[in-house]
Write a protein that binds this ligand. Sequence first.
Ligand code: COA
Ligand code: MG
Length: 291
Amino acid sequence: MRSLLFVPADSDRKLAKGAGSGADALILDLEDAVALDNKPAARAGAIDYLNTRDTDNPQTIIVRMNALDTEFWEEDLSTIVPAKPDAIMVPKTISGACIAKVCAHLTTLENTHGLAPGSIKLMNVATETAASMFNLGTYGNVSDRFFAMTWGAEDLAADLGARSNRDSAGNYTEPYTLARALCLLGAVAADVMPLDAIHKDFRDDAGLEEQARAAIRDGFTGKIAIHPAQVPIINTVFTPTEEDIAEARAVVKAFADAGNPGVVGLDGKMLDRPHLRQAENVIERAKAIQT
Ligand code: COA
Ligand code: MG
């Protein structure tokens, strides 16, 4: 999954644009992009979207519920689950226990509505409070549904009482680069997809591309978008080029030709098992995009 586009679920105009955006996934938002008075309208928008979705469109449809410390989350799940979203995004998780709690709730609702147990997947926004930052290693083995983790700098800044999360040059300050790194490490440790956070300056294409390139360099497998114009940029960066694929195939072949040893030489460079895994990842990613 390269690109995931947030769509406020109370906006018919934006919902109408989602399907054609080219995003691998849509995240229909019931949380921060929706005013308190509009929560019922957002649920209705998400349900209608799910019930009338084009089944030929391979786009994954995720619904972002409200956080577990709000009065909204249980009704979010009880109303949305019958419309069979592909996944739920849980915001403001504090630890793996939050995922386990939502997972148990989903199991009950799936049983009630005759859905296959475990059919609705889970992902989270993992770095939105100070407390959550100390638990980013707790998401392994919490639920078979859990497939991806992302991070956020806006709510974390609010929780810290920060005046800004950027320095005078426009770069994230330390708490937020730490959140990014710990999300990446926590997701990989939990064997789920690490997804890079949004770039909120949605007219800054160059800045978005730079962030996306840094993200794939570091190991993120995709990035969240907030505007349709961000989607093609993210898709391009996270799609392996022909050159990437040829290079990866050459690495795999070098190991196979040598009888799969621990280490081989290729074009004057030492390659060991991590390089093989990286090459296999590129090939897997290219295959996943084609299918
Ligand atoms: N999904 C689908 N369509 C979107 C969209 C989105 N996230 N953002 C904008 N569009 C649509 C607009 O509705 C507009 O189409 P229209 O003319 O048919 O109405 C078109 O794309 C161009 O939009 P533009 O005028 O450039 O932006 P805007 O001022 O309407 O919207 C934002 C700017 C930031 C309010 C909007 O992009 C948005 O709501 N983003 C998502 C916010 C969100 O979900 N936040 C929560 C997670 S952080
Ligand atoms: Mg938020």
